[in-house]
Design a protein around this ligand. Structure first.
Ligand code: 5GP
Length: 188
């Protein structure tokens, strides 16, 4: 049985996207990618840490001769809000002329991805596209190459399926959304 409500680090979360719906969205994304990247050998860049679960499920459904690498963008700030300051740890891999597919778990403001995209575009790949499992409404404001989106969600804070709340909850098979904070309680 999948619990409807959980607590992580003293904060309440409600079931938001069940594992079977996630699996369905991942299957649909894989089908699109199989079609669009047929005959190519893309570099699949997994954005750590959050995208590791999604990428593992997605990549096992892609019968492509792809190279798999990880990239890390640390944004500094409070646990539940995005920050504009980004530090990038990238693989030592030649991207010039390659088809690059960036695999992300969730896009909120898109600021982190914008930094990654700038960094990667400077290496002149043949193409650069993003596949993300989730996107919040603000994700579309920066004109990022968000070619593949599993699910549009409202601006709620989510955990599970790779995504964390202060490093808790990444191993949950379902996705949970934070409950609104009662008045007088701390937000973090
Ligand atoms: P951005 O606002 O730059 O698009 O988001 C930066 C990063 O914050 C994302 O890559 C993701 O790791 C994290 N993030 C954004 N929204 C959420 C969310 O609802 N839950 C979790 N766990 N992380 C999020």
């Amino acid at each position: 049985m999948v619990p409807e409500r959980i607590e992580l680090r003293g904060r309440a979360f409600r079931l938001f996207v069940r594992r079977d719906e996630i699996a369905e969205r991942v299957r649909a994304l894989a089908e699109q990618l199989r079609h669009d990247y047929a005959g190519t050998e893309p570099v699949c860049l997994i954005v750590l840490k959050g995208a590791f679960v999604f990428a593992a499920d997605l990549l096992r459904q892609l019968p492509l001769a792809c190279t798999i690498e990880t990239i890390r963008a640390r944004s500094y700030g409070a646990a539940m809000v995005s920050s504009g300051t980004v530090h990038i740890e990238a693989p030592a891999l030649e991207l010039r002329g390659r088809d690059v597919l960036l695999i992300e778990d969730i896009v909120d403001t898109g600021l982190t991805l914008q930094e990654l995209v700038r960094f990667l575009e400077a290496q002149q790949p043949a193409s650069l596209r993003i596949v993300t499992l989730l996107a919040k409404p603000a994700a579309h404001h920066l004109g990022l190459p968000l070619a593949y989106i599993g699910l549009q969600i409202p601006p709620v804070f989510v955990v599970g399926y790779g995504m964390d709340y202060a490093e808790a909850g990444r191993n949950l098979p379902d996705i949970y959304a934070a409950e609104p904070i009662a008045e007088g309680q701390s937000g973090l």
